[in-house]
Design a protein around this ligand. Sequence first.
Ligand code: ZN
Length: 71
Amino acid sequence: MTEQEPLLRDNLLYLGDNGRVFCGACAPESTRYTCIDRGGEEVVEIIPEEARHVEHEEGITTACEICGRKA
Ligand SMILES: [Zn+2]
């Protein structure tokens, strides 16, 4: 049996259940391997360029809620 690679990238941010934001490294183990968050919805990858655009335009910083990593 081969080791399965996580589907989420540690250095990218994802939008999960209830709009929470977390990076791949902080995502729950099951979410990392399935892309499905606790609510049963697929997590959405946050594009770093879009996050920076929002930060620039609206002053809202998109960052991991757990470790504070930015997009
Ligand atoms: Zn994190």
